[in-house]
Design a protein around this ligand. Structure first.
Ligand code: 6PG
Length: 470
């Protein structure tokens, strides 16, 4: 007979994330056990965490306090289905299964449907913050069966990061796959945030010929102001690092080809599916895809004409413009992310707490930034906000920074420096603030070749013109 005290939570999947979450849980006073298919991982887990690592799922389940709580930290995709299939006969009504991976929201939706009637409470939880976040306090975005929340709330809120006001960066997002959807949007914003930072670096490097060391200081300075964020902070750190083998700045010896696991792509696809304008998020994905055709770019660089970068202005003034441009582009990317959330909210009827979501991105996660407190306040003032850009505070900030974004984009264009995310952020801003766009002509074109009809400004109804004689 097992005389051991039952565990509060069982973790399935003992990779770095699973192991670090276990250490975090343990530090917060929870009894944890963990299971992985691979014996060495179980051994390392038991060794590192001092927790129990049973040899089978059955044993893991048997050792849990009832109703049981299981946290799946296995790779998103087929592995999640396999684990659920194996767990299902071992669990009882009221038990909670949390998928803490970067699962595509449509998979979470499907799994919830498949578990209907089983009594198992299923939760799709976005977890952000990487390895360090898992250990010290991630941002957690749980959604799914609301009956699970009272059972898991004390556990997840205890291990989550805490914002400056002491609030845990974990709260209930809503029903269905809303938790994983919110994490997907987080990652879409993450892609745009990373790309715009990279473009700021690229402009300083290409036009001002600044060295990584100098740029590190610039980013460190920015990190003390409005742009204060995890990603700007790590950029300052990265740019100061020297490669011990060559003595060169480490960033200069890294291949300029970005990889991706797909969450930014999913966010862009979701935006297209729901008819949401999210060009900066999509351009951040495309910036990675074009970086990936490195050999083609090398050939094209020899044959395609373009200007030779040559900057003639005041370097310090330009750096300040880049800072403001980065802030403006960042706000546009966040606006797009929240537009996507608003559209999903309508489509799926989730009743998403936008202010809360911004609040739980204030610490622990990859996009954590001082700006998120301002976004939280904007949605606290008005949950129905048509767009973050029209909130009074953001109207003011964009009013102060759009000119810098324009100037930086213009200088980049004149000098042939590729800054797709800056450019699309500006185009987004200008499109959104345009009372009139050229879509009147577009409608006429559609009507011309396809009799798709158009509407008139002066009276209601659908109209068609016979554009060609005869
Ligand atoms: C997070 C990160 C995390 C991971 C990304 C990386 O919030 O902790 O988003 O989930 O680092 O999946 O994604 P890419 O490999 O696509 O850049």
């Amino acid at each position: 007979m097992n005389s051991r005290k039952p565990s509060d939570i069982g973790i399935v999947g003992l990779g770095v994330m699973g192991e670090n979450l276990a250490l975090n849980l343990h530090r917060n006073g929870f009894a944890v056990s963990g299971y992985d298919l691979e014996e060495p991982k179980r051994a390392s887990f038991a060794d590192r965490t001092g927790a129990v690592a049973p040899r089978s799922l059955q044993e893991l389940v048997n050792g849990l306090r009832i109703p049981r709580v299981l946290l799946l930290m296995v790779p998103a995709g087929a592995a999640v289905d396999t684990v659920i299939a194996e767990l299902r006969p071992l669990l009882a009504a009221g038990d909670v299964v949390i998928d803490g991976g970067n699962t595509r929201f449509t998979d979470t939706q499907r799994r919830m449907t498949e578990l209907t009637g089983s009594g198992i409470l299923y939760v799709g939880a976005g977890v952000s913050g990487g390895e360090e976040g898992a250990l010290k306090g991630p941002s957690i975005m749980p959604g799914g069966d609301a009956d699970a929340w009272p059972r898991i709330k004390p556990i997840l809120q205890a291990i989550a990061a805490k914002a400056e006001d002491g609030q845990p960066c974990c709260d209930w997002i809503g029903p269905g796959a809303s938790g994983h959807y919110v994490k997907m949007v987080h990652n879409g914003i993450e892609y745009a945030d990373m790309q715009t930072i990279c473009e700021a670096y690229f402009l300083m490097q290409q036009l001002l010929e600044m060295q990584p060391r100098e740029m590190s200081e610039v980013f460190a300075g920015w990190n003390r102001g409005e742009l204060s964020s995890y990603l700007v902070g790590i950029t300052a750190d990265i740019l100061s690092r020297v490669d011990p083998e060559t003595g060169k700045p480490l960033v200069d010896v890294i291949v300029d080809t970005a990889e991706q696991k797909g969450t930014g792509k999913w966010a862009s696809q979701a935006a297209l599916d729901l008819g949401v304008t999210a060009p900066t998020i999509a351009d951040a994905v495309f910036a990675r895809t074009v970086s990936a055709v490195r050999a083609e770019r090398a050939v094209a660089s020899e044959v395609l004409a373009g200007p030779q970068p040559a900057f003639g202005g005041d370097p310090d003034a330009f750096v300040e413009k880049v800072r403001r441009a980065l802030l403006a582009a960042k706000i546009c990317a966040y606006a797009q992310g929240f537009q996507l959330l608003a559209a999903a909210d309508k489509e799926y009827g989730w009743d998403l707490p936008f202010g809360t979501i911004a609040g739980l991105w204030r610490a622990g996660c990859i996009i954590r930034a001082s700006l998120l407190e301002d976004i939280r306040r904007a949605y606290a003032r008005d949950r129905q906000l048509a767009n973050l850009l029209v909130d009074g505070e953001f109207v003011r900030v964009m009013g102060e920074s759009h000119q810098a974004l324009r100037e930086v984009v213009a200088v980049a264009a004149q000098n042939g420096v590729a800054v797709p995310a800056f450019m699309s952020a500006l185009a987004y801003y200008d499109s959104y603030r345009s009372r009139r766009l050229p879509a009147n002509l577009l409608q006429a074109q559609r009507d011309y070749f396809g009799a798709h009809t158009y509407q008139r400004l002066d009276r209601a109804g659908k109209f068609h013109t016979r554009w060609t004689a005869g």
